[in-house]
Every structure is written in C-alpha cells, then in structure tokens.
Design a protein around this ligand. Structure first.
Ligand code: HEC
Length: 137
C-alpha cells in the first residue's frame, strides 16, 4: 500500500504546480534591445560591471533585492529582502509596472522609498525584458 503521507505530499505538489500562473515566455533578443533603450542609462547587467545610478543587475533574477556589491539601496529594498522577496518573473513584472508601489507593498512600509520610478507600461515589453534579464546570470 502507498504511504498516505507520500500521497498527500504528491497531491499538494501537483496542486501547487497547477495553481502557479503560467508566465509567458518572452523574446530575450528583443528584451536585450529594450534593456539598452530603457534600462541601460541607469543599469549595467554584465558580471562585475559598475553600478551606475542604479545597481548592477547581474544575476538579479532569482535573487533577493539589495545584492549588488557596493550599491547603497533604499531601506525599503533591504526590508523587502528580509520579508522574503525574491526577484522572480512575477516580482520583476509587478515591479516594472510601478516600482514604488511594488516596493512599498513588498517591504510593508507604506512610505517606503524607491529611487527607481521608471514604469514599463507594455506587457509584452516587460515579458521580453524579463526573458533577457534571466539570461544574465
Ligand atoms: C532612471 C534610472 C533607472 C532606470 C531607467 C531603470 N532603473 Fe532600475 N533601478 C534604479 C535605481 C536607482 C534602483 C535602486 C532603487 C533604490 O535603491 O531605491 C533600481 C533598482 C532596480 C532593481 C532592483 C535591483 C536589486 O538589486 O534589488 C531592478 C530589478 C531594476 N531596477 C530593474 C530595472 C529594469 C529592468 C529597467 C528597465 C526597464 C530599469 N530598472 C530602469 C534606477 C533605474
């Protein structure tokens, strides 16, 4: 007989998988172009590149906020990291829609600051940018 505990665990895993929203796969090539146009003024993304106005974004995907060495982040980013925020597809997507609003929610500080205020309105652009950012790790 199958161990009921194993069955429950397998069921829970299957449910969690089914509940995870499918995230559209973007076009990383177009994302690279968009990154140059919309992010590069403030961000480098190559490994070991300098921080600009914004932090270097190498390996930001899958990591928690505030990891770029030598960059002075707003406190709300570090607070969000402590609360368990990880930059996955959903988080970066919501962040690009409205960085200040997102970081306020993620840090639990309604007055939290964000030095980044740039918003990317087009869904397809955000998806492509994320596809590119993912490759940089
Ligand atoms: C006008 C400058 C500027 C532009 C343009 C900009 N950012 Fe930022 N970004 C920042 C700054 C500044 C921060 C740090 C915010 C803080 O500490 O308050 C930041 C932080 C971030 C973070 C969090 C990094 C971390 O280590 O936790 C991500 C992710 C990010 N930006 C992605 C992007 C993407 C993608 C684009 C292009 C669509 C972009 N940014 C465009 C200035 C900018």
């Amino acid at each position: 007989m199958t161990n009921p505990k194993t069955t429950i665990l397998a069921l829970a895993a299957a449910l969690a998988f089914a509940a995870a929203p499918a995230f559209a796969e973007g076009d990383a090539g177009n994302g690279a172009k968009l990154f140059k146009r919309k992010c590069f003024v403030c961000h480098t993304i190559e490994q070991g590149a300098k921080n600009k106005v914004g932090p270097n974004l190498w390996a930001v995907f899958g990591n928690k906020p505030g990891m770029a060495e030598g960059y002075k982040y707003s406190k709300s980013y570090l607070a969000a990291a402590e609360k368990g925020l990880v930059w996955d597809d959903k988080a970066i997507d919501a962040y690009m829609i409205d960085p200040r609003k997102f970081i306020r929610e993620a840090s639990g500080d309604p007055k939290g600051k964000s030095k980044m205020t740039v918003k990317i309105k087009k869904d397809t652009e955000r998806v492509d940018i994320i596809a590119y950012v993912k490759t940089q790790k």
